[in-house]
Design a protein around this ligand. Structure first.
Ligand SMILES: O=C(O)CCC(=O)C(=O)O
Ligand SMILES: [Fe+2]
Length: 231
């Protein structure tokens, strides 16, 4: 796939692929997520999550096999994007109710620096903000790093890598709000106005989140740790 035609925003290492999966695939995945035993959910104050593939520790992943429904979708992500050096071995499922979000953060150094996020359920807006260190490092250049935002619609795949991912460059997060301003989004997702105007309040151009959003954050952890059993 020619990824360059999916670049969005002002950071050239963020890609947005609309309709990456069909409506039937979305329902299937949502069904699988919602069929997990309640003990699989970890509840945080502003979202809840399921961890698949094993526990990521500072010195690597203690691996557990992914279930077949996740292998299928992660293989598709890997083969279509061609960005992962090995099969994706870790998936975080996040669920955000209206008004929930995830604060601006950077993913840890344990992951290979490409992340693919599949969105299900309600739409939302993800923000990217340059890290202070990046602003400092480039302050003498003509083109200063800028904030950018990307609307994430159900069925879409967001990919970010390199500059948008690296520990020192950009932070990403989702506001804890039911209403996301469209100001940035209209500039970044070219076809949004045409195909998805029903998501917008016609007067205010606000993106409303009225239902739960579920995301699958798919990554590859290169370093594996084994559980040693002492004899
Ligand atoms: O839910 C999302 O779209 C983002 C999740 C995320 O950034 C993370 O799990 O590190
Ligand atoms: Fe993240």
């Amino acid at each position: 796939m020619e990824l360059s035609k999916y670049v969005v925003g002002r950071v050239d290492s963020i890609f947005y692929i609309p309709d990456f999966i069909t409506a039937a695939e979305q329902s299937f995945l949502l069904h699988q997520v919602n069929s997990a035993p309640s003990s699989k959910w970890k509840t945080l104050t502003n979202r809840r999550l399921q961890n698949w593939g094993g526990i990521v520790e500072s010195n690597g992943l203690v691996p557990q096999p992914l279930p077949s429904w996740l292998i299928k979708v992660t293989e598709k992500i890997s083969s279509v994007t061609g960005l992962f050096p090995s099969p994706i071995n870790h998936v975080l499922v996040n669920e955000y109710l209206p008004g929930q979000g995830i604060m601006l953060h950077q993913d840890g150094p344990s992951y290979f620096p490409v992340v693919a996020i599949l969105s299900l359920g309600a739409p939302t807006l993800m923000r990217f903000k340059p890290h202070l260190r990046l602003i400092e490092a480039t302050k003498d250049l003509e083109k200063a790093p800028e904030n950018t935002s990307v609307a994430l619609l159900p069925g879409s795949l967001l990919i970010f890598k390199d500059a948008a991912y690296q520990v020192s460059d950009y932070l990403h997060g989702i506001d804890e709000s039911r209403e996301h301003l469209s100001m940035f989004r209209l500039k970044t997702v070219a076809d949004f106005q045409v195909s998805n105007t029903h998501l917008l309040d016609p007067k205010t151009s606000i993106l409303q989140q009225n239902e739960a959003r579920v995301s699958l954050t798919c990554r590859f952890v290169p370093k594996l740790r084994r559980n040693f059993i002492k004899l």
